[in-house]
Write a protein that binds this ligand. Sequence first.
Ligand code: P61
Length: 438
Amino acid sequence: MTTPGQRKKALQEAGFNTFLLRSEDVYIDLLTDSGTSAMSDSQWAGMMQGDEAYAGSRNFYNLEKVIREVYGYQYIIPTHQGRGAENILSRILIRKGDIVPGNMYFTTTRLHQELAGGKFEDIIIDEAHDPESEFPFKGNVSLDKLDKLVQQYGAGRIPYVSIATSVNMAGGQPISMNNLKELRAYTSKHNIRIIHDMTRVAENAFFIQQREKGYEKKSVAAIVREICSYTDGATMSAKKDALVNIGGFLAVNDWHVFEEARNMVVVYEGLHTYGGLAGRDMEAMAIGIQESVSDDHIRARIGQVIYLGEKMIDYGIPIVRPIGGHGIFVDAKKFLPHIPQDCYPAQTLAAEIYLDSGIRTMERGVVSAGRKANGKNYYPKLELVRFTIPRRVYTQAHMDVIAESTLRVYERKARIKGLTMVYEPKYLRFFQARFQKL
Ligand code: P61
């Protein structure tokens, strides 16, 4: 616990950027669900069985076996985390001038696509950009938008369609199985790969189970397997669904892509049987993957997110609907309508929430969206503050404190002023940018 005076000082020192706060100065940490979940007793036991051989660690073979069984992908390369896999895959599949369509951008994913010479094109359905739309599958792809790109550029210029399960930037929104099947049919016809960002695939599977006809009686594990079966390969940040503090992987079914990736990983991550991880990390990941597809676990995990979201809705706080899988996304444009997007309403709101109670959240708006290749800012329709819930960490009482604190800030919203950016790094600026009060 900190005092208001301490928080004011900490925030100033952090340049009004919650990424630059020290965790010691944070009371409830909702910055991210990435690497912040609690490992189980089984995972910790697995840590004690680390085989730290440089090459051919038995933990690698355990991990490979589990990924084949749970997800169905054939060839596996561990990486230190998700973006390590994105780097390798983008370098292999994307050539200069290529177009990479996807269901909304993700910061690191799009950057690696751009660094490899590609251009990301958003083909998510329009509903995803509307915080108030109650559409149950706001992660869906618009096949019309994709078809327009294919007509315009030709399928040969599209190395793959980039599909996230649980679309992070849209508010943790799922893609439906039906949409994925239609996308598979379309891309097969045009000989285009689907690459799956499976960072939160189990959470997506839960929503399919709850909302999609024909899946009510299927297990999350079975749904996860089916999702993966419609895609050609995947990048994974195991720090989310898979319940580890560090780790990720690249998985593909195509031997030739695997062969290239296996070679490239030694340049950027480490040998192909550890990819920047310790043996113990791979063991914890193998166990976490199995735990992540348990129906009871996912129901409890998303149940907690829904509990918080419903509380906020009851308080009249504007949030993205329907409630997503990994957190609550507060609509900063609606919360602070008097602050124009150029004065960073979501960045401002994240700072104000920290000031009120020491709760740390994250901006997901114009700062996160960054700049286009021509230097101009992206102006995303969604200007959000993400309250991300780590798995197996907080209690219902914490959720109450979070909602009550947000309500207090909501009650004094008219007096809140925006920010100006005083330092902007070149890549992924939101991590390290600094701001001052207007
Ligand atoms: C997060 F503010 N996510 O949500 P890595 N794909 C997807 C992710 O959610 C993801 C990665 C790939 C984070 C951490 C983070 O703009 C940010 O293991 C759907 O983090 O390399 C990561 O996986 C990358 C926070 C990343 C951010 C980028 O909090």
